[in-house]
Ligand binder design. Structure first.
Ligand SMILES: NC(=O)c1ccc[n+]([C@@H]2O[C@H](COP(=O)([O-])OP(=O)(O)OC[C@H]3O[C@@H](n4cnc5c(N)ncnc54)[C@H](OP(=O)(O)O)[C@@H]3O)[C@@H](O)[C@H]2O)c1
Length: 264
């Protein structure tokens, strides 16, 4: 076999990617990355207006993008998201499980309802969507990529003194979910990997960043910076493309080095 060029290995032409939580933040950044590499994009999140706007932004960049509104904390909505995506796009080659939520409260006072809400979306949602997409589109074709967005909060106790026990627990679970699923589905040629972002200025992280201050947050990182609108693009594309076809069951932090200090 003649080895392909690096451009060919990173090319996603003819591939379809489904990205949850794709209407803004890290999900939209990854949608740009995969779309710019040639993939057709299906975005999902709950709010139609935001999805419409995000899709228009991708289309303006020359990307074939569509959307389906769905709540990934609800079983029936996950099934409907899979139904609509498969009907409108054909097969799904790349699934990015990214929709996530957090809740801030000291562990001793953390509401149980908030624990359930976080775990339902961040762990159960990833599992159910992976299951339905793999069963209906990846296993039979012996082909698929699943990228789970975890966090450095899943690697260590408490980066930046976050009082988010359910969130940290859920992200730790996502990392081992990734490894277990990679072990089970490797024989089906489905690669499953996780990305652990550090601190990025998105809606979810803004409360923490505004409370602690941007400079203080950046000071946790050896590179002395927060993540920006480009920093997840490279790793996401590597894990989605043939350039990463021998990588599975792995997690990598994109965090300016925070986890190098905290030991994650
Ligand atoms: N920002 C960071 O510093 C950071 C660090 C580590 C990990 N992460 C992880 O990165 C992922 C994306 O977060 P982000 O920072 O980009 O946050 P964000 O800007 O707040 O975006 C969250 C996305 O998820 C969607 N979403 C929320 N609840 C949902 C639900 N129940 N069902 C479907 N979609 C839902 C939101 O849209 P709707 O509200 O319209 O549904 C939005 O599209 C999360 O898994 C998060 O834990 C972020």
């Amino acid at each position: 076999m003649t080895a392909r060029t690096i451009q060919q290995l990173f090319d996603l032409s003819g591939k379809t990617a489904l990205i949850t939580g794709g209407s803004r933040g890290l999900g939209l950044q990854m949608a740009h990355a995969l779309g710019e590499a040639g993939a057709r994009i299906m975005l999902s999140s709950r709010k139609a207006d935001d999805l419409e706007q995000a899709t228009a932004e991708l289309q303006a960049a020359g990307i074939d993008a569509r959307w389906v509104a769905a709540d990934c904390a609800k079983d029936a909505e996950i099934t409907r998201l899979a139904d609509e995506t498969l009907q409108r796009m054909g097969d799904v080659d790349i699934l990015v499980n990214n929709a996530g939520a957090s809740w801030g409260a000291p562990a001793e006072d953390h509401p149980v309802a908030a624990w359930d809400k976080v775990m339902n979306l961040n762990v159960r949602g990833y599992f159910l969507l992976s299951q339905v997409i793999a069963k209906r589109s990846m296993i039979a074709r012996r082909s698929g990529r699943i990228i789970n967005i975890a966090s450095i909060a899943g690697l260590g106790g408490n980066p930046a003194e976050m009082k988010t026990i359910a969130y940290n627990t859920s992200k730790g679970a996502v990392i081992n979910f990734t490894r277990a699923l990679a072990a089970e589905w490797g024989p089906y040629n489905i690669n499953v990997n996780a990305i652990c972002p550090g601190f990025f200025k998105t809606k979810m992280a803004m409360v923490l960043i505004e409370t602690l201050g941007e400079e203080a947050m950046a000071a946790h990182a050896p590179l002395r910076r927060l993540g920006d609108d480009e920093d997840l693009k490279g790793l996401c594309l590597l894990l989605a493309s043939d350039a990463g076809k021998h990588i599975t069951g792995q997690y990598l932090a994109v965090d300016g080095g925070v986890s190098a200090v905290t030991g994650g």
